[in-house]
Design a protein around this ligand. Sequence first.
Ligand SMILES: [Zn+2]
Ligand SMILES: [Zn+2]
Length: 255
Amino acid sequence: MNIKVLGASGSEVPGHNCPAFLIDGSLLLDAGTVGMSLNITEEHGVREILLTHAHFDHIKGIPFLLDNLVIRNTRNAITVLSGRDVLDDLRKNIFNDRIWPDFTRIPSARRPVLKFRALSPSRAVAIGGYKVRMEKVSHTVPAYGFIVENAGKKAIAYAGDTGPTDRFWKAIGAHDVRCLIVETSFPNRMENLALATGHLTPSLLEKELAKMPKPPSRIFIMHIKPQYQMEIETEIQALDRENIDFLKEGDVIRI
Ligand SMILES: [Zn+2]
Ligand SMILES: [Zn+2]
């Protein structure tokens, strides 16, 4: 599996993009950044988007991706997959013919560029050659983490935005997860804000990793608020775990 980092930041400032990770050129984990990072051919390759939740920094790339595909008349469709609650939010609040067109009817209701597919937590489904399992995590809105397993049974786990949680870490133990992408949004001194907004600090992350009997051998940090980057990186390094790395735009993870 080849995972290209289109965005790995907890906000948008020059050089830092919102979260999106492209697996093998076709399957997106979140879509905070798409059109700014992919060329035309790469955009045409995207088939499915696994969406962790409906917060703006994770969906921001979808409206323009759809617009680009329709304008170029590529005839390929994008399927957005998530919990029913997340998809309902997108339908009602974004693709509602007010904020943005209802792309489930464009260019035609029969062959739309946008499709939604609701997934049930804890049930593995086959999606584009992968086995995908979705589990609920703990955020301020309905939010899910994903475990994506390839035909060779190697898996990547993507927790999305979450504060302290349990179910997702337990699910990871049932798969051969080679790498975990997990958020750390705030420094330790802002733990109260992190907990109130459903996010992690380095010390909260340490407690989450301790919940797993056998954490994945490679752990990648994302969703750092750029304003606190130095502070958070220093605190993560102080955890003294050799297998933790920081993701940045343009990185490629291979498992
Ligand atoms: Zn969020
Ligand atoms: Zn976020």
